[in-house]
Design a protein around this ligand. Sequence first.
Ligand code: ZN
Ligand code: ZN
Length: 97
Amino acid sequence: MTENTKSHTPTGYPDSYVPAILTQWAAAREIHARAIEEGVAWECANEDCEHDDECPTEEFAVCKECYGISVEASEEYFTPAFTWPCPTARALGAEAN
Ligand SMILES: [Zn+2]
Ligand SMILES: [Zn+2]
């Protein structure tokens, strides 16, 4: 018996990888963390509202990383795509409240 007798995680990684995997998981969760930002709602951004020219800002729970990337692309609006938990955070086990 060789490899097959060694203990493995359910994903097939050897158990000895677990500390490194946990470190990487925690780092990824830290990057894709929840943050509160103020901005204009998606409906307002699409002018799908009754606010005339005075759209109020609201607070949104966003992914720090994904929202940061979106701000670099376009400073103006929040979109549902950047609310937290983002797809990456969800893949890492994050749940909305
Ligand atoms: Zn994210
Ligand atoms: Zn509006």
